[in-house]
Design a protein around this ligand. Structure first.
Ligand code: GLA
Length: 391
């Protein structure tokens, strides 16, 4: 939705006044590799999309937040000093959680009239919710003339996701949405949050996101289940190796030593995390060395591990990766995000992008009974305040 269209819609929801609008935006993300490693103190390698959640707003003088959405009919309304956890509409859990996180830090007291719109596909495994959280946090900060350290902002948004949306996510999505650098993917160590921005050579490689259009609705219970299985693996391994605090600390020989004491499913979950951490570091090195072939192999290997060991793929995602593997110039492909639907990401040379889109249009409906939607993306910038003042 264009800015002019958003302004029109804002006026139809809240009426016109002459002050300029506050405006912020925060991107969705695609994770190139390093899946289900963030909550195991591991490594991830996401980049921001050039698609965003945008919020236009006018500051109020009281503590009320009224938030309209470009796609939902109901306006969410709450007071910053009396946020309630479970209140309709459902999507307002994100801004309510964020408002509570910022209020408890003493950062906000004034509310906004606001309108949110997004071109990040919802339920596509591309962090539409993290982009909504980060944009909500920024608009509230701007309206209150406050700034916040970006790491702290990401962790406030993660808190909102845990306590208001009920998903015990890791830090990856909020972190990359807040901190991305244009033209770069970020190698993030989720243990101590140290990071390296790795430039992507856009002249030689491109990324195609393909949404399976299977909504990952199951994900919440399954996600929590995977976290618990990882925890069980750590507890078992720590009996042999007391220094182990997270799967990050475990090698395959250490895991093998504990195999007999472990449920076979838990064993496979742990094996995925351990091998995925290694792949992620190797992938970043391969990209830096411009070894696209090696990087692509690691993406395929990641997909197989997520499918067979971690059990978070689905037939539609598998079909998309299989199709990608047959297209000339595609180096690698894998599911991205939490799984059980959502999207794959494929990496290839320029010519391969159109060829892959054509192959998917032809073969995916046959294989899955669905249509996929796809788009080429470069690495976008992190969250931005576009208009900070109303004076
Ligand atoms: C979701 C979570 C992230 C991460 C991924 C899997 O996107 O929000 O924290 O765990 O799943 O890598």
């Amino acid at each position: 939705m264009s800015q002019t269209e958003m302004k029109k819609l804002f006026e139809s929801k809240f009426g016109a006044d002459s002050r300029p609008y506050l405006e912020v935006r925060a991107p969705g993300r695609v994770n190139l590799i390093g899946e289900h490693t963030d909550y195991n103190d591991g490594f991830v390698f996401p980049m921001a999309l050039t698609r965003h959640t945008t919020i236009l707003a006018k500051a109020r003088t009281d503590a009320t937040v009224r938030l309209a959405s470009a796609i939902e009919p109901q306006i969410a309304e709450f007071k910053i000093d009396a946020v309630v956890k479970k209140e309709p509409p459902k999507w307002s859990a994100y801004p309510r959680g964020v408002a509570e996180a910022l209020r408890t830090r003493g950062l906000i007291s004034v509310g906004v009239d606001a309108l949110a719109a997004t071109d990040v596909p919802l339920g596509g495994g591309l962090s539409s919710s993290a982009s909504f959280e980060v944009a909500s946090a920024l608009i509230l900060l701007v309206a209150n003339h406050k700034q916040m350290d970006k790491v702290e902002l990401a962790s406030a948004c993660q808190w909102a996701e845990h306590h208001y949306a009920g998903v015990p996510c890791g830090i990856m999505d909020q972190f990359i949405s807040a901190m991305a650098e244009e033209g770069h993917a970020m190698l993030l160590d989720c243990r101590d949050l140290t990071r390296r921005q790795i430039p992507l050579d856009n002249a030689q490689i491109q990324f195609l996101i393909v949404n399976s259009n299977v909504k990952h609705e199951l994900v919440q219970g399954e996600y929590t289940g995977r976290r618990n299985q990882c925890q069980r693996a750590v507890e078992t391994i720590a009996r042999h190796f007391p220094l182990v605090k997270a799967l990050r600390d475990v090698t395959i020989p250490m895991l093998d030593e504990s195999r007999m004491q472990m449920d076979p499913v838990v064993f496979r979950r742990a094996r995925h995390v351990i091998t995925e951490n290694k792949r992620t570091l190797e992938y970043a090195a391969a990209l830096e060395a411009k070894d696209w072939g090696r990087a692509g192999q690691l993406m395929y290997a990641s997909h197989v591990s997520l499918r067979d060991d971690y059990g978070v793929s689905c037939p539609e995602l598998d079909a998309l990766v299989e199709i990608a593997a047959t297209v000339d110039g595609i180096y690698g492909a894998r599911m991205t995000g939490g799984g059980f639907g959502g999207s794959i990401v494929a990496m290839g040379n320029h010519q391969s992008m159109k060829a892959l889109q054509a192959a998917i249009d032809l073969q995916y409906p046959e294989k899955s009974g669905r249509q996929a939607t796809s788009f080429v993306t470069t690495a976008g910038a992190g969250a931005q305040v576009l208009q900070a003042s109303q004076i």
